[in-house]
Write a protein that binds this ligand. Sequence first.
Ligand code: GDP
Ligand code: MG
Length: 223
Amino acid sequence: MSARVSRRRDYHIVVLGAGGVGKSCLTAQFVQNVWIESYDPTIEDSYRKQIEVDGRQCVLEILDTAGTDQFTAMRELYVKTGQGFLLVFSITSLSSLYELSRIREQIVNIKDDDSVPIVIVGNKSDLEDERTVTRSEAFSVSQNWGNAPYYETSARRRANVEEVFIDLCRQIIRKDNAGALSIEEEIVYGYEDPGEVQGHVRRDGGQHSHGRRRKKKPTCTIL
Ligand SMILES: Nc1nc2c(ncn2[C@@H]2O[C@H](COP(=O)(O)OP(=O)(O)O)[C@@H](O)[C@H]2O)c(=O)[nH]1
Ligand SMILES: [Mg+2]
């Protein structure tokens, strides 16, 4: 019997960005299909929603954050827990795009990983007349951040709302699969039963010193 690595199907998503860019409206549109004209800016809450991505059922735990002034211990904690981040700015506010640089830096530092699943979201695309951030400007920022995907959304019109969450979820799944494969590569086989192989998934290098260690090549390609 070979070792099996169980796949997590709950994914933690954190929605971050300056106040007033539309984080709560985007979240409400995605989770509840409703347009909420005015949302209490101080409310920070999490929501659950099940979606299907490429035939796989995923339960998204979405944290709609409030306030980005200081990185509190609480914030650090949910960045640690978060697996994917929606970084939202408003296309009507250049400073809200700049604010994202600081946030992204914090995420990369806290997670010590510069390939964290991120989607950059330029919200309020219905306010084209008030646009102050050009598409190319936002796009070049996204390229500087390891080619993070860039979408323009309108929470008001529910444009591209599903797409940003699905893209993020896909990135998390891809990373999850890559992690599972690297764990599968480190399987320890016991001596006792050479016919039927007993496997232990190994995350550290410590225990099972009696075991014979064999590297297993990944058997599938990650797209
Ligand atoms: N025109 C327009 N207004 C939006 C959109 N999304 C949010 N808003 C407005 O922007 C304001 C702030 O939205 P909110 O979701 O509370 O922002 P948050 O502080 O980032 O959570 C509210 O007055 C919303 O009605 C959008 O897509 N288009
Ligand atoms: Mg809010």
